[in-house]
Ligand binder design. Structure first.
Ligand code: BEZ
Length: 393
């Protein structure tokens, strides 16, 4: 007769001891043996296509560094182009969560699409790591235990820019942006930073996302009587905006949330020289981590790393920290989330961690475009946490 000896502790751990017969795999062992499905829901077309590509390259790069496995589990990547279209966001997120049954959803870039993803993952409980979109509410009043952000809130970098201007004595500034969540929330951050430094936001100019008919707005700037113009644009739209601003010969200095000149300098050329922005990454940050990261990214993507690549890499780093703590067992949710919440990550941008509302805490740097690079000038705010207003976890 075959005897099966199962200690209670081993059974609880899912590692039953068997003698005399082939071991029957436990639920945990079965789950371990299955590849970990990571869904990448990102823009691979449209004005934010390069942002989505760089996030993807960096996630893949991290996985390759880990030998293709996380916490001992093979990884399968499933990609979906969300085209930065909020109207398709819910359906696309449901495809990943329900049809593809991903274990983790890494996405996305556009704040409006993020709101749609959030609805789906908050309901399904799927682990979601946001590698870019700054929509404030997903780590404020809508925060969820299974949603983490490795990037920023729209408030964070724009607050840093406003504060830097206010502190240097700028009294009146304007804000120009696309009329959607990222533009509006960045504008609010800029205003609050400016006011904290003693300045004032006197005018906001907007156009629809992703339109690029900037001329009617540019024509108004000179008459506003402001000393600085802050802005949020990114990707292809930012390239065009900066070029048109320079070509219009406007005397008021342009600045912004760092996305204005991030990953765009090759396209903007001389038009970007001298522009100041605030962001959680920049050129010339010297650390062994950043040097190694930049070299590896260049080898993989054949272009320079930028903040989007950093955020993608760190999404994978946070995920790995969680998975290591539970040995790849995603069913152990409480321990998985706790490990992500308490992870101390050595990011190419510097040291980072998670706030209580699951948004990244990080240094915000003032940068200036010099010789075709976003050179870090100073740290505006060290280890800035989003206020996380309304989050109850
Ligand atoms: C956003 O929609 O949240 C966003 C898009 C591009 C760059 C930064 C933020």
């Amino acid at each position: 007769m075959t005897k099966t000896l199962i200690t209670r502790r081993a059974a609880l751990k899912g590692t039953a001891l068997l003698t005399g017969a082939a071991a029957i795999p436990s639920g945990f062992a079965i789950a371990q043996a299955k590849p970990l499905k990571i869904g990448l829901m990102l823009p691979y077309s449209g004005t934010f296509a390069q942002l989505g590509e760089n996030i993807t390259f960096a996630v893949e790069m991290y996985l390759a560094e880990k030998g293709g496995k996380l916490a001992g589990r093979e990884v399968q990547i499933i990609k979906l182009d969300d085209e930065s279209k909020p109207e398709n966001g819910q359906q696309n997120a449901e495809r990943m969560v329900k049809r593809d049954a991903v274990d983790v959803l890494i996405g996305t870039v556009h704040s409006g699409v993020q709101m749609a993803i959030h609805k789906v993952v908050a309901e399904s409980g799927t682990l979601c790591i946001i590698p870019n979109a700054g929509a404030n509410d997903v780590t404020r009043k809508l925060c969820a235990k299974n949603v983490f952000r490795s990037s920023f809130t729209n408030w964070q970098p724009a607050y840093g820019m406003g504060l830097a201007l206010g502190k240097r004595g700028i009294k009146k500034a304007a804000w120009i942006t696309w009329d959607y969540a990222a533009g509006a929330e960045s504008g609010e951050g800029f205003k609050q930073g400016l006011e904290a430094g003693g300045g004032q936001l006197v005018q906001t100019l907007t156009l629809k996302f992703p339109e690029t008919n900037f001329q009617p707005l540019l024509a108004q700037i000179q008459g506003l009587g402001v000393e600085a113009v802050g802005s949020f644009f990114s990707g292809g739209g930012a390239v065009q905006f900066v070029k048109e601003y320079a070509a219009a010969g406007i005397k008021v200095p342009l600045c912004g949330s760092g996305f204005l000149t991030e990953g765009t300098l090759a396209g903007q050329g001389a038009a970007a020289e001298g522009i100041e922005t605030a962001l959680h990454y920049g050129d010339g940050l010297e650390s062994p981590k950043n040097t190694a990261f930049r070299a590896a990214f260049k080898a993989k993507a054949n272009r320079e790393a930028d903040v989007f690549a950093v955020q993608g890499y760190d999404a994978a780093q946070f995920l790995n920290a969680g998975l290591e703590a539970v040995k790849g067992d995603m069913a152990n949710e409480a321990a998985l989330y706790k490990a992500i919440e308490t992870a101390k990550i050595d990011s190419p941008r510097g040291p980072i961690s998670m706030s209580a509302s699951h948004n990244v805490v990080q240094d915000i740097y003032l940068r200036k475009v010099t010789g075709g690079q976003n050179k870090v000038v100073s740290t505006v705010v060290a280890q800035l946490a989003d206020p996380g207003t309304g989050c109850k976890l």
